[in-house]
Design a protein around this ligand. Structure first.
Ligand code: NA7
Length: 290
């Protein structure tokens, strides 16, 4: 397929690279053009604008930070929407929330094109190994068009009929993961205050029925105080904001979600936005010994 790919960040770059390796003809655009160097050196073409990137493709894919970034690449005279023709399919891998998914779907439909919200679950290494989990939400025909590209980047593909349901699924699942990270940080701090070493706590936790690969991964980072980003706190904070937005739209009152969002916001406010989400554990350590 002729694919236009917009957004070559931590996740976008390896995804685009796998599409190239699968034999698709790739045209890319990124706000910071140097992030496209690798793909271009392997034969990908660099478009001058998102509009050019989206024009005349069998499939247009976006993978940018959040709703604001998505608007920036879609809207305006040079935006990707302006490049879509009747019957085209736009797939968004970004986590932008249910509200944005609905709005983009309507905007795309006004142009006679079709939209699939396709949020990702998984880390950069999963993206590199084409082992992502994706939730594709859109009409059957649009999902059908997207499927070969999704198979080139994902190990599991879940399908839903509506873009906003796929967007909601992603944030509902991440709300669980974020709460787990927060609970781990809190428990490690409580244990440490009473003289329990983190690795011992993790060892016992992992032997219990609550065990999880997430506790092992993030627990090791907390123990080593190694907060190089595997999943940035700023993105986790955005996900929690989207959880809050969905809860408001659906009239559901969340207690845990609000606490996690406040905690993550505090982490970003104190300069940890570019660190791994596990860095929230430091907030309790700081609280114990001011
Ligand atoms: P990154 O590594 O922070 O990359 C974000 C990408 O979004 C990157 O290509 C950015 O371009 C692009 N971006 C951000 N803001 C804008 C604006 N305003 N205009 C155009 N492009 C923009 O995020 P990840 O790859 O880890 O995550 C991507 C999504 O997947 C996100 O929704 C996660 O929650 C899941 P840049 O290179 O900075 O110029």
């Amino acid at each position: 397929m002729r694919i236009g790919f917009i957004g070559l960040g931590t996740m976008g770059e390896p995804i685009a690279n796998n599409l190239r390796k699968a034999g698709h003809e790739l045209t890319v655009w990124n706000r910071t053009p140097s992030r496209a160097d690798h793909i271009v050196s392997k034969g990908g073409k660099l478009a001058r604008t998102p509009r050019e990137c989206a024009t005349g493709r069998d499939l247009v894919l976006t993978c940018v930070s959040d709703e604001a970034a998505l608007s920036a690449v879609l809207e305006g005279a040079d935006g990707a929407l302006a490049g879509l023709a009747h019957g085209d399919v736009l797939v968004d891998f970004s986590t932008s929330g249910a509200r944005a998914a609905k709005a983009v779907a309507e905007e795309v439909a006004r142009r006679g094109a079709r939209f699939v919200a396709c949020p990702l679950l998984g880390s950069r290494s999963a993206a590199e190994q084409a082992q992502l989990v994706v939730v594709a939400g859109g009409s059957a025909a649009a999902r059908e068009r997207a499927r070969p590209a999704l198979h080139a980047v994902a190990a599991r593909i879940f399908e839903l009929d509506e873009p906003e349901k796929a967007a909601l699924m992603k944030i509902v699942v991440y709300a669980v993961g974020n709460a787990m990270v927060a609970a781990l940080g809190e428990s490690l701090a409580l244990g440490a205050a009473g003289g329990l070493e983190p690795w011992r706590i993790i060892e016992v936790l992992q032997a219990s029925s609550f065990h999880s690969p997430l506790f092992l991964m993030k627990g090791e980072l907390v123990e080593r105080k190694d907060y190089a980003p595997r999943f940035k706190l700023s993105l986790a904070e955005k996900d929690e904001r989207l959880v809050e937005e969905a809860a408001a739209d659906l009239g559901v009152k969340l207690a845990l979600g609000e606490a996690v969002r406040r905690l993550f916001a505090e982490g970003v406010r104190t300069g940890r936005g570019d660190s791994d989400v596990a860095a929230v554990a430091e907030l309790w350590q700081r609280a114990k010994k001011p």
